[in-house]
Design a protein around this ligand. Structure first.
Ligand code: 13P
Length: 257
């Protein structure tokens, strides 16, 4: 994959099946994008009907998680094959809420990325530091650890299919986004770190090819600040993706920057 614009909505545990259908009908009708890949990640239970409601390829479907096994006795898990059946082409992996509340570790993140890649689903890997880590100058080491863990024993041709989202934990759902300097600096660090992990592929380092998104209280007011950063290719949006008008406006901003 080469660098391109992305707008990804992470709906988290919001919207019923009926509300998802209503949103998608309304949103798809009005969406007018040509260079931004727009993805919505609703809840698992909405994916099947969402895949039927969508009429075109303009809105792509994402999942919020994936099992690392392909099938079997894993109660409560959703496999990559099941996601593929619902036309899922992207999957968020390692979101901080999963790391914080559901025991997600760098090791399980790595296994989930491998499960995505086996199915041809593009992983959207989330990395980011806590407020404590930022205040104690540990941001760089946290990001490096998360990247090293996530990409462990993943070949370069596979790694380039991943998208990395920088989501500082302290900025998620707080209304206190990072500023563009902070976001741009860490996005640059992510590129550097990946270039060290994958020194050279076809003469160009993965760090320069991979798409990096910013997430954490991104909205219609601050979106262009992030999108103007040299190393940021798009946005991973929570709260503001739940409103048709806001998400349409964000898509419009992505197109115009
Ligand atoms: P908010 O945009 O609500 O801060 O959420 C960001 C996020 O966690 C997206 O994955």
């Amino acid at each position: 994959m080469s660098r391109q614009k992305y707008l990804i909505g992470n709906w988290k545990m919001n919207n019923t099946i009926a509300k998802t259908e209503q949103f998608l009908l309304n949103f798809e009708k009005q969406l007018n994008t040509s260079k931004t890949t727009v993805v919505i990640a609703p809840s698992f239970v909405s994916l099947s009907s969402a895949s039927k409601v969508l009429k075109s390829d303009r809105v792509k479907l994402g999942a919020q998680n994936i099992a690392w096994e392909d099938s079997g006795a894993f109660t409560g898990e959703i496999s990559g094959e099941m996601l593929k059946e619902c036309k899922v082409t992207f999957c968020i992996v390692g979101h901080s809420e999963r790391r914080q509340y559901f025991g997600e570790s760098d090791e399980t993140v790595n296994k989930r990325i491998k499960a995505c890649l086996r199915q041809g689903i593009n992983p959207v890997l989330c990395v980011g530091e806590t407020l404590y880590e930022r205040q104690h100058n540990m941001t760089n080491q946290t990001i490096k650890r998360q990247l090293q863990g996530a990409f462990d024993s993943i070949a370069s041709q596979q790694a380039e299919k991943c998208i990395v989202a920088y989501e500082p934990v302290w900025a998620i759902g707080t209304g206190m986004s990072a500023n563009e300097a902070q976001a741009g600096q860490v996005a640059g660090q992510i590129r550097d770190c990946l270039s060290v992990l994958y020194p050279s592929l076809y003469g160009q380092e993965i760090g320069q090819k991979i798409c990096i998104l910013y997430g954490g209280s991104a909205n219609t007011k601050n979106a262009s600040l992030f999108l103007n950063c040299a190393d940021i290719d798009g946005l991973l949006v929570g709260g503001a993706s739940l409103f048709v008008d806001d998400f349409l406006q964000l898509a419009h901003i992505c197109e115009s920057v």
